[in-house]
Design a protein around this ligand. Structure first.
Ligand SMILES: [Zn+2]
Length: 407
């Protein structure tokens, strides 16, 4: 009952009558500029959406369209391969812990998901908490406005497990319905980022994930753990704050996806310090590590970018305070890291889709793909900050946001 009420209010406020009819008859969208997510650009084109999918892209014709976004740039819905939807500030305004009721927690999760969708993120991978499985299932039912969600459920953190026990953990997590396995192979950067799982433990996790047909995301800062992960054939290394040129080369050679963070994660902690401080490792030592790490992550990102074969994903690790600001990572990579805007956009769309195993469904604007698209005010190829001016959000052919200026 509660869920239906929320859905009705939000969707009622955001959808026009034509949006509600999207599922029934093809709709047409005129775009001033289309960035297709795979490196291509078209000017003055029309996208036809039939049901949940893109039916065609065609040069602009004179006919009328359902939606005229000729003043805007249309892109695939953005993808963040690493968020924490279950991580939020609670009733007292500080990082929420275990003292919330399940109802409170679930609604905060739904708010985080809604915030991401409104910011143009139509797919996220949320890798930190068991209850994200329920959020994923709610998202799949399609009544609650939010991104498509993929999740790991509970991650592996216990370094005392034997390799065989780690394999059991992976099998159980897969059987419980996780889309991806998440393991911690090193400490947090707030504790220095040293390796915690042995090379043999990392191998057991990644080998078993592969046997179960699951992708695996490895939290690793220390270079030694990144090396072990790449050699073990793990899908993705996230963070990698302490890597050198050698690990970037190794990941490129092994085809390991690399998901670094440089523009939002640490900045968000520092901007919201009073809301985290005094909880767990959010202490003076932890904040000192984080402050010192910002310029280091930027240098690491610039180094990694020189490795042209390295598949660098766009994952923010965004949790409390960061939801909805995720595009800051893309903007920072371009403005501070010197990444070409097109490369940064491809990372957040088609490359991310490939890392999720969804390259045939999302991450590009092309016939047959899911109609996940956004329209932004401005041209992100010349002003990357346009990615934070999201006027229109469509997911699976359904329009969730349209505040585009009328012509
Ligand atoms: Zn994380």
């Amino acid at each position: 009952m509660l869920r239906r009420t929320i859905g009705a209010v939000v969707i009622g406020a955001l959808l026009g009558a034509a949006g509600m009819a999207a599922a029934q008859q093809p709709i047409t969208i005129r775009a001033g500029t289309i960035i297709d997510g795979k490196g291509g650009v078209q000017r003055n084109a029309v996208i036809t959406v039939d049901g949940s999918k893109i039916a065609k892209l065609a040069p602009n014709a004179a006919q009328g369209v359902t939606y005229d976004f000729s003043l805007l740039t249309v892109l695939p819905g953005l993808i963040d391969t690493h968020v924490h939807l279950a991580n939020h500030f609670g009733k007292d305004g500080r990082l929420a812990g275990d003292d919330e009721t399940p109802g409170e927690a679930a609604l905060f999760d739904a708010e985080s998901a809604y915030t991401l969708l409104m910011a143009g993120f139509t797919t996220v991978q949320s890798i930190g908490a068991q209850r994200e499985l329920a959020l994923r299932d709610a998202s799949t039912r399609g009544q609650l406005p939010g991104p498509r969600v993929l999740t790991s459920g509970t991650p592996l953190t216990d370094a005392s497990l034997t390799p065989e026990q780690i394999r059991q953990f992976v099998r159980k997590t897969a059987a419980d319905g996780a889309d991806v396995i998440k393991i911690f192979a090193t400490k947090s950067i707030r504790e220095g980022g040293g390796q915690t799982l042995s090379d043999a433990q990392i191998f057991a996790a990644c080998d078993e994930a592969k046997k179960q047909g699951k992708r695996i995301w490895v939290h690793a800062h220390a270079a030694s753990a990144v090396r072990a992960s790449a050699l073990a054939g793990c899908t993705t290394v996230t963070h990698g704050f302490l890597i050198t040129d050698a690990e970037a080369s190794l990941m490129a050679m092994r085809g390991t996806y690399f998901e670094p963070q440089t523009g939002l994660l640490l900045q968000n902690y520092i901007e919201n310090k009073p809301k985290f401080f005094g909880i767990g490792n959010y202490n003076e030592t932890g904040f000192k590590f984080m402050e010192e790490s910002i310029p280091k992550t930027l240098a690491m990102f610039k180094m990694a970018m020189k490795h042209k074969d390295l598949k660098m994903l766009m994952g923010t690790d965004g949790g409390a305070g960061a939801h909805g600001q995720n595009a800051r990572e893309i903007i920072y990579r371009v403005q501070m890291g010197g990444q070409p805007p097109m490369d940064a956009i491809v990372a957040a769309t088609s490359l991310n889709a490939a890392a999720l195993g969804m390259q045939n469904q999302i991450g590009a604007l092309a016939p047959g793909m899911e109609a996940d698209l956004i329209a932004v005010d401005g041209d992100p190829l010349t002003d990357i900050t346009a990615l934070r001016r999201v006027m229109v959000v469509m997911k699976g052919g359904r329009l969730y946001k349209n505040v585009a200026p009328s012509r």
